[in-house]
Design a protein around this ligand. Structure first.
Ligand code: GGG
Length: 361
């Protein structure tokens, strides 16, 4: 008997609580059809509700509670009217990424058949790339402080941190990924003309890694022109590697250009599997639409497919389940129910049920 994958389902805040059940519905359909045993545990902390009741986003023993799981299936974080965003983010999602050393944030971007792109003349196939975002350091540090706070002499400093270990491991992952793809192209985001210490150093690390991957075509682009090309020439991109902040921005721009944030999945990976990896939609908690059952659940559902694939090492039943979920998403986007972000009137539940039914059949 195959051992069950132990998955902590953490809906979090806002529309996370609406899309997570649809993701679970599809996971259960895939589990049944492909014979993949799953042990799902529902977690209601890592949420602003928990913060309001207990004064913290998570219980003190959160790490011990999650350490034995194989993956975290996460919805969204943030309820800014009750908890400042930096408190909720650093109190949950960024803690998971750091403490579980999920140093890769893999974010696929794809324009699907039947989905209108805001970019004129773009068709399915024109936008199909992977963003690899560094996920534990870079610009996302809490190092710094404020001097003379509240006075007109106020000074604020926040450091960026790029370690050789942290940079090389994300670059190596991105080069290996690019090597496995037909086009073997890797674009490295930089800003070495303006950010004149850390970014020239980042470029040097890219060059050093490139020498180990002579089969990968490497292209370094400043983040400003790279962002423009995401809009003007998206078909140039295959794998894109970027620092934490640059990757965060690109991975909203990419999905927006491919129709909607509601389709963008992500995998926060600890490739060594020492700790659980985390799978979540790129979008946040969207308080403006929460409570109406209209959020697009596809990003959550696709993230679930990435999770199964990772847990099954991209092989056998896990790969088949992943492919079946992606095919079901393609079918629903081409001719099935659509949520309002795609111009439809269907509910979150309608879309989840339609995808689950296809996966089950
Ligand atoms: N499901 C993703 C989510 O809730 N994101 C909220 C957010 O602000 N994330 C920032 C980040 O990914 O760095």
């Amino acid at each position: 008997m195959q051992q069950a994958h132990r998955i902590a389902v953490i809906p979090g805040d806002g529309i996370g609580k609406e899309v997570a059940p649809e993701g679970v519905r599809v996971l259960q359909a895939a589990s049944q059809r492909f014979g993949i045993p799953l042990e799902l545990t529902h977690i209601d902390w890592a949420s602003c509700d928990h913060y309001q009741q207990h004064g913290s986003m998570m219980p003190p023993d959160w790490k011990a509670q999650l350490q034995g799981t194989d993956a975290l299936y996460f919805g969204a974080v943030g309820w800014p009217s009750a908890v400042p965003d930096h408190i909720s983010l650093w109190g949950s999602l960024l803690k998971f990424r750091r403490e579980f050393d999920q140093y890769i944030n893999l974010r696929p971007v794809r324009l699907f058949e039947g989905v209108p792109s805001p970019l004129a003349g773009r068709r399915a196939g024109d936008i199909d790339y992977l963003i690899v975002r560094e996920n534990t350091e870079g610009e996302y540090t809490n190092l710094g402080g404020i001097m003379f706070e509240g006075t007109d002499r106020e000074i604020v400093v926040q450091e960026s941190v790029f370690s050789r270990h942290g940079t090389d491991r994300v670059l190596r992952f991105a080069f290996e990924l690019a090597r496995q793809r037909p086009r073997q192209r890797l674009t490295a985001a930089t800003k070495s003309n303006g950010v004149a210490i850390s970014m020239p150093w980042w470029d040097q690390r890219v060059d050093a890694m490139a020498r180990q991957f002579p089969d990968v075509h490497i292209d370094k682009q400043h983040i400003d022109i790279l962002a423009a090309r995401f809009v003007l020439q998206p078909q140039r991109f295959d794998v894109v590697v970027a620092s934490n902040l640059f990757g965060d921005i690109l991975s909203d721009l990419g999905p927006a250009s491919a129709g909607t944030m509601g389709l963008a999945p992500s995998a926060n990976l600890n490739p060594e599997r020492t700790f659980p990896s985390l799978f979540e939609p790129v979008h946040g908690s969207a308080p403006d639409i929460y409570g109406r059952n209209i959020a697009n659940p596809i990003a959550m559902i696709w993230s679930g497919a990435l999770m199964l694939d990772f847990l099954g090492h991209g092989q056998g039943a896990a790969r088949a389940a992943h492919d079946a979920i992606v095919r079901a998403i393609e079918t629903v986007l081409a001719s099935g129910p659509r949520t309002p972000d795609l111009g439809g009137t269907a509910s979150t539940t309608d879309v989840g049920q339609a995808i689950a039914a296809l996966v089950a059949s």
